[in-house]
Design a protein. Structure first.
Length: 353
């Protein structure tokens, strides 16, 4: 492993100053970053350990009814927070469908948002990868690419973003709070991750030194709690990243959809908000025909990037299924196999009430 400096700042301001130089990286639980460093994929000059910063490990109910989650809250603690799970059940279900129990106990909110792609060519330093080394080429393009992107990809990069958590977050208009060299700012989660275009090495809107301090869910997102689901298709039932996933949220009034939210995972370099699919669901009855139309619109621009044409059909079916489940009503308990299309509501592991 390449040599690096290690610093453990005591305050957010010290952390931002310590990470402002090129080559620095924040270290949270390290469940992604340390693996990448051991493999020579990430080669930071300095690690800025943020795990001891005060106040970033809180889950707070805000006066406006929304919730603010500190960047150091663990994925497990957030999913098992009763108030959070009741208000945002699909987010809790997505968290519980990710990784293994041990990893979820360690992994943090900030680290989950910024985890790197699972493209095998990115991980293999003997392969060409424009994301790992700008301008080197992309071996995934003509390689083993059944799990790669079908939306928003470019000839320079067909990698996908792997986070489950981000998918319902982007559907629910989550906001990211960032502390940077010029102070505090916030952006929509939808603007945090970038599509590859000609610069796939630039994965997010963050600048050097930018620290994610919290994620906020707006009060309006709670309005979907009765009709919201996250569904994830994975290659094996135990821990595995999504081949395709979908978050579907509906607000149903007088038998019609007043508002719909739809987002996809495993299909693009960012959590994919499917606004075209949402548009056709406004003010219509929640029927399978309407859901099929929404899925067709959501995937109208999808193109296979290699061996993965099956993902377009899979995404279409997962959208229809997620919307149908959301319309039927959110289960009171999170199923024993969270987010799995094969889960039943019996054997639940975690009550929302
Ligand atoms: C075997 C395995 C299976 C997994 N399966 C899944 C899965 O099914 N679904 C899923 O979603 N994830 C899965 N994961 C990924 C896991 O969720 C991530 O490794 C984890 O969320 C990263 O969090 P962390 O705190 O360890 O981040 P770290 O590894 O410490 O950091 C990750 C990145 O985020 C940056 N960073 C961390 N915190 C901040 C911050 N506050 N501000 C700015 N930058 C920051 C770091 O510099 C680094 O670049 C899996 C991981 C493993 C090892």
């Amino acid at each position: 492993m390449k040599q690096f400096d290690y610093v453990r700042p005591a305050t957010v301001a010290e952390a931002v100053a310590a990470a402002a130089q090129p080559g620095a990286a924040y270290l949270a639980a390290g469940t992604n970053l340390l693996d990448l460093m051991k493999g020579g994929v990430s080669r930071p000059d300095r690690l800025v350990d943020v795990t001891h910063l005060d106040g970033l490990d809180r889950i707070e109910r805000l006066a406006d009814g929304g919730m603010r989650i500190g960047a150091l809250v663990s994925n497990a603690n957030l999913a098992h927070d009763a108030d959070f799970a009741k208000s945002y059940p699909a987010v809790a279900e997505a968290l519980l469908s990710g990784a293994s129990a041990q990893l979820r106990n360690a992994a943090t909110v900030g680290g989950n948002l910024l985890q790197r792609t699972r493209c095998a060519y990115f991980y293999d330093t003997a392969s060409r990868c424009n994301k790992r080394e700008a301008g080197s080429g992309c071996d995934a393009r003509d390689g083993e690419n059944r799990t790669h992107a079908v939306l928003g990809w470019s000839e320079n990069c067909i990698a996908t973003h792997p986070s489950d958590f981000c998918v319902p977050l982007v559907a629910l208009d989550a906001i990211v709070e960032i502390e940077g060299r010029s102070g505090r700012r916030e952006i929509a989660l939808d603007e945090l991750h970038r599509l590859p275009g000609d610069t796939p090495e630039r994965e997010s809107a963050l600048e050097p030194g930018d620290l994610i301090v919290a994620v906020r869910l707006p009060p309006a997102a709670r309005g979907f709690a009765a009709h919201v689901r996250y569904l994830k298709v994975r290659d094996r039932t135990s821990y595995a990243f999504a081949v395709v996933s979908a978050a579907a949220a509906l607000r149903i009034e007088n038998g019609k959809i007043a508002e719909a939210r739809l987002a996809l995972g495993g299909v693009a370099a960012k959590p994919w908000r499917a606004r075209a699919g949402e548009d056709v669901l406004r003010n219509v009855a929640p029927t399978v025909d309407a859901f099929q139309e929404a899925a067709s619109r959501a995937l109208a621009d999808a193109k296979p990037s290699g061996d993965n044409a099956f993902k377009i059909e899979l995404a279409r079916r997962i959208i229809v299924r997620a919307l149908s489940l959301a319309a039927a009503g959110t289960p009171v308990r999170i199923p024993a196999l969270p987010a799995s299309p094969f889960a039943s509501t019996s054997g639940a592991i975690h009550a929302r009430t």
